[in-house]
Design a protein around this ligand. Structure first.
Ligand code: EPZ
Length: 419
């Protein structure tokens, strides 16, 4: 089994370049289904999740090929009348983002249910309610869901009970080819929604309000293939900011959009970390001494749930007691148990974790339970005295391109060990 070995206690220095955003690229790939021809997405990270999405697209009849970090997607041969293989959809929930585009283009789609994962049940009720509002007939089978519409989807007013990122993306894509106008109320406002709206607009869609809680989509008859450069990954960037804050030292991050990272930057500054921002870069400086803070995750523009685990790890060595509240997912504290193995003092009570800062952490053998929990374990291992071994690396490699090379590039003593 492959493990990440981390020798902790060393400050970091140097600069790291952030890759394109995983959570923007996945819906962008799905959006290319809406047009025939070859679309090109630039600055695409080589991640296993992107590979899974490309596998799904190939299964549907599209052809995906990388030229460097540019992904060429030819949808000329797209069929979409076959049910995506269950193991693909279960492996990656974002597979479900092809549902809206296929329903809009083919009038029919059958998908295995994405199923839950370590951080929660991950239902899709908001996606399906939106498709029904646009005239689709939904049939739930044993482990699969089918959607069909007689002629074309019809624009409608849709209100999301929760500002779901995936539901907003799926419905925005479906509405782009519907007859009439769709209004999505209580829409997600994440930067990845704006990035998707930007690609759809270049393809010919008529979208207003992306990035606000009300998005207006005027359906058009046809969309055309297009080119687009994906935004930088604000969660990868945030993770490297926390690595630097944890280990101490000075690290420069290139290819970031600081405006997308304000909640995290504010919290890091509150904890005593120096963060200086340029137009497309940021410099993090820390002596490793941290003040306790209270963190509550919320939909954008609140503090991102995808940074909660890393922040909790950082606070395990703050000078006092911090509170971490998770409001987006129902079970996203799995990393607490692993952090305790390194000497952290964390008590979880429902949606809130109390983190009593300790003076030192010690290296241990731990396992990543999900993508961001893996980043949290790296954070703690960089602070800990001695060696840590982090297993279940496949979770980390879903969302962190060339993470060993990037960490080594800023002076971390890390390497992969094969058993
Ligand atoms: C996206 O997942 C991200 N993934 C997640 O990042 C991120 O944590 C999440 O948004 C929240 O920001 C991608 O973009 C590929 P949601 P998504 O629909 O779209 C509930 C990572 O680490 N909900 O906004 O699946 C749901 O159960 C991943 O990169 C419903 O109840 O998230 C959850 O509690 C993890 N019904 C909450 O909403 C629905 O129909 C947020 O889910 C849909 C969602």
């Amino acid at each position: 089994m492959r493990k990440l070995i981390v020798e902790g206690g060393r400050p970091l220095s140097g600069s790291v370049t952030i890759s394109g955003a995983k959570n923007a690229v996945l819906p962008l790939i799905a959006a290319t289904i809406l047009a025939d021809g070859t679309s090109v997405i630039h600055d695409v990270p080589h991640l296993s999740d992107v590979g899974t999405m490309n596998e799904l697209m190939k299964f549907l009849g599209a052809h995906c090929s990388f030229e460097g970090s540019s992904l060429h997607i030819d949808t000329t041969g797209l069929r979409g009348d076959k049910e995506a293989p269950g193991e693909l959809v279960r492996k990656m929930r974002a597979s479900f983002l092809v549902m809206g585009p296929l329903l809009a283009r083919r009038g029919y789609v059958r998908m295995s249910l994405p199923g839950g994962c370590a951080i929660g049940a991950r239902p899709i009720d908001l996606h399906l309610k939106g498709f029904e509002a646009m005239g689709a007939e939904i049939n739930m089978g044993r482990g699969y869901v089918e959607a069909k519409v007689r002629r074309a989807l019809k624009g409608n007013r849709i209100y999301l009970d929760f500002p779901s990122v995936g539901a907003t993306e799926n419905l925005m894509m479906a509405a782009s080819l519907a007859e009439g106008t769709t209004l999505i109320g209580n829409a997600a406002q994440e930067p990845e929604i704006i990035d998707l709206a930007n690609l759809l607009s270049v393809m010919g869609a008529r979208i207003k309000g992306a990035g606000t809680s009300i998005i207006r989509i005027e359906g058009v008859k046809q969309l055309k293939a297009a080119q687009h450069t994906v935004i930088p990954d604000r969660i990868e960037a945030g993770s490297y900011m926390i690595f630097a804050a944890a280990a101490g030292g000075t690290v420069r991050l290139n290819n970031v959009i600081p405006e997308h990272m304000q909640p995290l930057i504010a919290k890091l500054r509150e904890a005593g970390v120096k963060v200086a921002c340029g137009d497309d870069c940021a410099i993090v400086e820390s002596d490793g001494m941290l003040e306790p803070v209270a963190v509550k995750t919320l939909p954008y523009p609140g503090f991102p749930t995808d940074m909660q685990a890393q922040m909790m790890a950082l606070l395990t060595r703050a000078r006092g007691t911090s509170l971490v509240t998770e409001t987006v997912f129902e079970n996203r504290f799995m990393h607490a148990e692993e952090l305790r193995k390194m000497g952290a003092d964390i008590t979880v009570d429902g949606h809130t974790a109390t983190v009593n800062g300790v003076s030192r952490l010690h290296g241990a053998a731990v396992s990543a339970t999900d993508l961001r929990a893996g980043a949290a374990l790296i954070t703690a291992a960089l602070m800990a005295e001695g060696r840590s071994e982090i297993g279940e690396l496949q979770h980390i490699e879903r969302g962190y391109e060339r993470i060993v090379e990037k960490l080594q590039g800023i002076g971390a003593d890390v390497y992969i060990h094969e058993d």
